[in-house]
Design a binder for this molecule. Structure first.
Ligand code: ADP
Ligand code: MG
Length: 476
């Protein structure tokens, strides 16, 4: 619609998973009780000293490798100085000069197409405390102070809200595949700043960028970008592009608009300097190699494998690789000897349908791959029809009992030709009027006869054989 081209750059913050915080021994876990997960370091008590968490450094390096970044030879931290009540030290420990990764790139998928995304840098830092605002008072909760945070900054290389969200989804999945974060937006573990500008399609210089800070859901990222593109485009079309200022805005969920907070021109000088309390250390090459070896096969790599080696459709493969736990469930099915397409069908329809309905994680789902196999084996043996299989599936899930407890000999499909023929003869005799109509051209009555056979056998008639016999008898 627009004659302008949008340019988007993202800053994505993601909290890392770890036992203790990034610079203190306080617990790093979701905690409803305020000021419970705290250590003197998080409170900036005089005389306390930070100690860097090795696991967090490892995870940060792993993400740097995944993003094809250059890793530094030495690692150290910088102080970003500013005052705010959620920052008791008066500075945030972050990385400015030597981030864990710079100049990276990664491929993502958007609307079925692979696109490259350039990474400016990725760095390890600490989260600030959180402020809870009430009617006439505000409370500070230091549980979040010192929680490890990875900040990922892309180059201005994305060109639509769809691409931006695809990138964020891709990264969320990657963090989870690498098991470095729960990456749960609902728990506020992912927060984004979005930078948006527009330019003429043939222009070479980037337009003025507007930054929208601290967006906490991907849906809001999508809406904020589209709103901003529209707002800037309208101003430009009216010849008022000089009103697009380099500024920081926030997204207002209620109105779906962005609102100016402050100008970016007079941006704060953080007076960065190297944190003298955290000695510089060398990153061992062997350690890097070891971290690299620990990187699992990621979503898109698995997807390609499922399509090329197992013959899954693009759609099914996408659904399965969306979450690591789906892919692992699927691969466990394969290792138990299940057919890939059959396992994929059960997973993408029945199983994901159930876990979404029950709002549970697949790893907590009652029907494990080996229990699913009980059902699939019986279909293969012909003991049960696929319709019965689904009923057994739901019963097993609901009553949390092994599928085989619901499978009994009297479910067996009727696949005996003689038995079916005599049954069908009887049904056709009882429905002679419909048989007449069918023979005089009402072809669609065929399904009616199939239905009658199923009704009479409570769904146990072998459907293929039933149709075959019916055709023989009716069309002769
Ligand atoms: P700051 O520290 O002020 O946030 P950075 O230089 O770190 O600024 O840039 C932040 C983000 O802004 C990056 O993600 C970058 O890709 C993006 N960005 C820079 N210029 C533009 C532009 N003209 N349009 C859109 N995004 C931009
Ligand atoms: Mg920024």
């Amino acid at each position: 619609m627009s004659k302008y081209k949008a340019v988007i750059g993202l800053e994505m913050h993601c909290e890392l998973k770890s036992n203790s915080k990034v610079f203190s021994s306080a617990k790093n876990s979701y905690n409803e009780t305020p000021n419970d997960n705290i250590a003197p370091v998080d409170m900036a008590f005089p005389g306390t000293l930070p100690v860097v968490n090795k696991k967090c450094v490892r995870d940060a390096l792993m993400m740097s490798i995944v993003l094809n970044c250059e890793t530094p030879e030495y690692m150290y931290f910088d102080r970003k100085n500013y005052y705010y009540p959620d920052l008791p030290k008066g500075y945030q420990i972050t990385q400015m000069d030597a981030p864990v990764g710079v100049n990276g790139h990664i491929e993502i998928e958007c609307n079925g197409k692979r696109i490259p995304v350039d990474i400016h840098d990725i760095h390890l830092e600490e989260d600030a405390a959180s402020l809870d605002h009430y009617y006439d008072t505000s409370c500070i909760d230091y549980n979040r102070a010192g929680v490890p945070l990875l900040e990922l900054v892309t180059e201005p290389c994305l060109s639509s809200a769809e691409e931006a969200v695809a990138f964020l989804e891709h990264m969320r999945s990657t963090y989870k595949y690498c098991d470095v974060s729960e990456a749960d937006t609902k728990k506020g573990q992912i927060r984004c700043d979005v930078n948006v500008s527009i330019m003429d399609c043939d222009a070479t210089e980037l337009g003025t960028r507007v930054e929208i800070k601290n967006i906490n859901s991907f849906g809001n990222v999508f809406d904020a970008i589209n709103y901003e593109i529209k707002r800037q485009s309208e101003l430009k079309m009216q010849g008022r592009y000089d009103e697009v200022e380099q500024e920081t805005r926030r997204f207002d969920e209620e109105s779906g608009t962005t609102i100016r907070m402050r100008s970016k021109v007079d941006s704060i000088d953080y007076k960065y300097f190297v944190d003298p309390n955290l000695p510089k250390f060398k990153i061992d090459k062997e350690w890097l190699e070891e971290i690299k070896k620990g990187i699992p096969l990621l979503a898109l790599e698995r997807k390609d494998k499922y399509i090329e080696e197992l013959g899954l459709s693009d759609y099914d493969a996408s659904v399965i690789v969306k979450e690591r736990e789906y892919a692992e469930y699927f691969e466990e099915c394969l290792s138990l000897g299940m057919d890939a397409k059959i396992a994929s069908n059960w997973l993408t329809t029945q199983i994901l349908g159930e876990i979404n309905r029950e709002e549970v994680n697949l790893k907590d789902f009652y029907l494990t791959p080996s229990l699913l196999k009980q059902i699939i084996d019986e279909i293969k043996k012909g003991t049960i029809s696929s319709k019965q299989a689904k009923e057994i599936f739901y019963k097993a899930v609901e009553e949390k009992k092994e599928p085989k407890t619901f499978i009994n000999s009297d479910m067996a499909q009727i696949s005996d030709r003689g038995e079916l023929e005599s049954l069908i003869n009887k049904i056709l005799e009882e429905n002679d009027a419909q048989v007449e109509q069918y023979k005089s051209g009402k072809d669609n009555l065929f399904d009616y006869f199939v239905g009658q056979v199923m009704k009479n056998t409570r769904g146990k008639a072998n459907p293929v054989l039933t149709k075959e016999i019916l055709k023989e008898k009716l069309d002769k």
